[in-house]
Ligand binder design. Structure first.
Ligand SMILES: O=C(O)CCC(=O)C(=O)O
Length: 260
């Protein structure tokens, strides 16, 4: 398979810019990360994705999970610092790990889901900020300028304040961004997809991340052999997750077989 043609801006955000982006993320529950991709490369990448879309037996559209495009945007250098710092105030920033790679693909004009939250509040909602247990990126690969472009609608600040919801007149906003941008958002926000009212596919990639806490200098990715053995000996999914994390041994093996 050919290497996807998406290109990235390599320089990280300067620290004062990053600080502002994170302040917006905490205050509103989302922020637009600007200039993550090279603008001139995005249309080609979207077309590569579109030509790989398949229809499933139950009538959904999907990007097959062995396509390199499925994870290629994760190579963007600019997403790493914001994600890590969004998950923790710690000076020893946590490592981040991907646990969700969802491509929501729909035809123009198709009705999409209603208002919901994917995560609930922790701690004392409305009083103080609690760092999220997971953080998400959302990517459209198009300039999203108005409701016709199919942006996600959200209730700003509803990730923290439980009094805000779509049924009591709380202010709403749309995720507006350029094709080279990426939205970083907190799924405790009330949100709703809007259908695309212009020609062409509506594509929204959602990547989910969680923090892996580690002491600095500790080699977290090298499993002690006894722990690896405990993973191999797991009896059932609960044990596999307990010893080995999100992905099962079987899913790793199956994934590799399919790519070959
Ligand atoms: O497609 C969208 O705009 C929102 C997707 C959504 O509702 C979700 O991630 O739970």
């Amino acid at each position: 398979m050919q290497q996807p043609s998406l290109k990235f801006i390599d320089t990280p955000y300067p620290s004062s810019h990053l600080g502002n982006l994170l302040a917006q993320f905490r205050a509103k529950g989302y922020v637009v990360l600007p200039n993550v991709f090279k603008r001139e490369s995005v249309d080609n990448f979207r077309q590569e994705v579109e030509s790989a879309i398949v229809k499933t037996q139950d009538g959904r559209f999907e990007l097959p999970d062995n396509r390199p495009e499925l994870v290629y945007p994760l190579k963007a250098p600019r997403i790493r610092d914001p994600l890590s710092r969004a998950l923790s105030p710690s000076q020893m920033a946590p490592k981040i790990s991907v646990f969700e790679t969802a491509w929501l693909i729909s035809e123009s004009g198709k009705n999409l889901g209603g208002w919901h939250k994917d995560r609930q509040h922790e701690g004392m909602p409305g009083r103080e900020y609690h760092y999220p247990l997971a953080v998400h990126l959302g990517i459209y690969y198009r300039d999203i300028e108005s409701i016709e472009d199919g942006p996600t609608a959200i209730i700003p600040r509803s990730h923290q304040d439980q009094n805000l919801n779509p049924y009591n007149g709380s202010e709403q906003e749309l995720f507006l961004a350029r094709k080279e941008d990426v939205i970083m958002w907190d799924q405790r926000l009330w949100h709703q997809a809007n259908s695309r009212q212009k020609e062409g596919w509506r594509i929204f990639t959602i990547y989910g991340f969680y923090p892996i806490q580690a002491f600095q200098g500790y080699e977290i990715h090298k499993m002690p052999r006894a722990l690896a053995q405990a993973w191999l000996d797991s009896e059932g999914t609960a044990d596999e997750i307990f010893y080995g994390g999100t992905f099962s041994l079987d899913s790793v093996r199956r994934g590799l077989e399919r790519i070959e």
